[in-house]
Structure formats: C-alpha cells, structure tokens
Design a protein around this ligand. Structure first.
Ligand code: GUN
Length: 292
C-alpha cells in the first residue's frame, strides 16, 4: 500500500490564502499590514533560500517585510544592537534570526534577545516556557506547523503513540512537549544516545524525525500504517544536476512510503508549514499588539 502524501505545500497555500483574506480586511478597515523582519548573517546558500522563501510568502499574503543581511564577520554585540533596534520599532511586528549563526555568535543569546511578543519563530525562553502555560505565547513555528498539517489530514493524535526522533531545542524538545501536553499523545523521545532506536520507532503511530541524518529511517524501522513526518532537509552534493546538490530528508522516502499510511515529502512537507506558521504567528502578534 502506498502512503498518502502529506502535502505541506498545498496546505500551506490554503493557509496563506486564508491569511491573505484576513490581511485584506485589516487593510480595508484602516489597520496596518503585519510586518515581518528577517535577519540573515553571512551568505550560506541554504539559509538564503529559506529566508527568500519567507520573504516571498510575506509578499503573497500582503505583509510588509524587511530583510537585513549582515556579513559573516558581524560581532555578537553589533547583532544584539540591531535586534534591540527592531525590538523598539513599533511598525515591526515579528522578527526572525535565521539559524545557524557563525560560530563566534551565540544563537541562544541572540534569539533570546528578541522581545517575546515579536518572537514569531517561538525560540525565546519565555515562549518556550509558556508552551505549558494555560495562556501560551507564540508557539514554535515548526512544531505548530506539523500539528496543523496532521490535523488538516484528520490524523488522530489523542491517545496515539508519537515517537519523536531528535531532541533539539528548535524542533524535538518543543514538538514532544506539544504532542504530550496539548495534543494528549503518548510520547517517546529518542536521540543520539538512544539504544536500539528501531525498537522505539517501530512502536510509533506517529513518527516525527528531526535529526539531520539523511535516510536514517528505513522501512524496517516503521510500523505498518504509521504517519511519518520528516523534518530533515540536508543538501547532498551531486554532479548529476546543474544545482550541484539534491535534498534529502531523514526518512528513506521510497521505502517508507510503501509501509506508512501518511508521509511528508522532502521538500514540500514540513518546510512550507513552518513558513505558514511564521505568518500565522506574525498575524496573531500584530492583532494583539495593535489591539485589532
Ligand atoms: N534554521 C532552520 N530552521 C529554522 C527556523 O525555523 N527558523 C530560523 N530562524 N532558522 C532556522
């Protein structure tokens, strides 16, 4: 049986259309358009592509946007000053700093400098802590997008066994918390030190993988009929196309698609949903901060 593709591109387009309609109404009623600022440090090709996709999405839904591109050599202190400046700019509603940052800059320090109500990636300690509050702040964009994708395909989460492979602060840790706390799944978190990974992944009704290890998950590690979400996206060098690389997820798509009931493609699965969530967070914070 071939799995149903969880088409993140299509669902993200639906969400963008919904946002665009709301933005058009805001503007018609004399309110400001939401405004997202993105900081990109250096000239890493993948990061440039991701930031360009975010800017393109802003244009599509009628948001204002500001792109700040700093050289690789920018000091941490200067970057912190720039973030402060944007924090104080009342016209800017959301700010993201594209990761990874160069080794001389602390990503933890820089992301936590963003005011929590402008932190549309949901990376600050305050927003992270508030995941388990009765009144959550801005939810981390990738986990938020994954839950939305599962829900739009009507995949049951409550009471199901979700196995999260990866415990990163940006995806694995918040994702597992959201699945257990908000979505009421039974959650197992696996990571680099997990012994006999396959014995855990084989128990998953919902398997979410965010390790950055291309094709780590093979068919024999997946339960029949599982829903499989692949967060990985790694550029692998090749001479077989003019771009010079192919993209690979953490899941062996060809093999696993024969066994799973649902699967995200790479690209076109989780990535577009992260961007849709960024836009939703930016719209939410604009409305809250300007009491619309
Ligand atoms: N780098 C990889 N994923 C992300 C993301 O979701 N947000 C930011 N800011 N940087 C990233």
């Amino acid at each position: 049986m071939a799995a149903t593709i969880l088409d993140g591109r299509k669902v993200a387009d639906d969400i963008k259309n919904e946002i665009a309609e709301e933005v058009a109404i805001l503007k018609k009623n004399g309110h400001k358009a939401p405004h997202l600022a993105a900081i990109l440090v250096g000239d890493d090709g993948a990061s440039q592509t991701y930031v360009n996709n975010k800017i393109k999405a802003c244009k599509k839904v009628g948001f204002e946007y500001t792109l700040l591109n700093f050289p690789e050599t920018i000091s941490e202190a200067k970057l912190m000053t720039e973030i402060d400046r944007i924090n104080l700019d009342n016209d800017i509603d959301g700010l993201i700093v594209q990761l990874p940052l160069p080794a001389h800059i602390s990503a933890a320090k820089v992301t936590d400098k963003i005011l929590p109500h402008k932190d549309v990636d949901g990376f600050t300690n305050e927003n992270y802590g508030r995941i388990t509050s009765k009144n959550p702040g801005l939810l981390p964009a990738t986990p938020f997008g994954i839950v939305e994708l599962l829900k739009r395909y009507k995949i049951d989460i409550k009471g199901k066994h979700c196995v999260m492979v990866g415990n990163s602060r940006t995806v694995g840790a918040p994702m597992s918390t959201i699945m257990a706390y908000h979505e009421l799944a039974t959650v197992t978190v696996c990571h680099i030190h997990t012994q006999d990974l396959a014995s855990h992944t084989r128990q998953a009704d919902i398997l979410i993988v965010a390790t950055g290890k291309p094709s780590l998950i093979k068919a024999d590690m997946v339960k029949d009929g599982a829903a499989v979400v692949d967060v990985g996206i790694t550029r692998i060098t090749t001479s077989e196309n003019t771009r010079g690389y192919v993209l690979s997820g953490d899941v062996d798509f060809e093999e696993v698609a024969e066994k799973a009931s649902f699967i995200t493609p790479v690209p076109g699965g989780v990535g577009p949903m992260t961007i849709a969530s960024l836009l939703l967070n930016t719209l939410k914070t604009t409305k809250a901060n300007h009491t619309i």
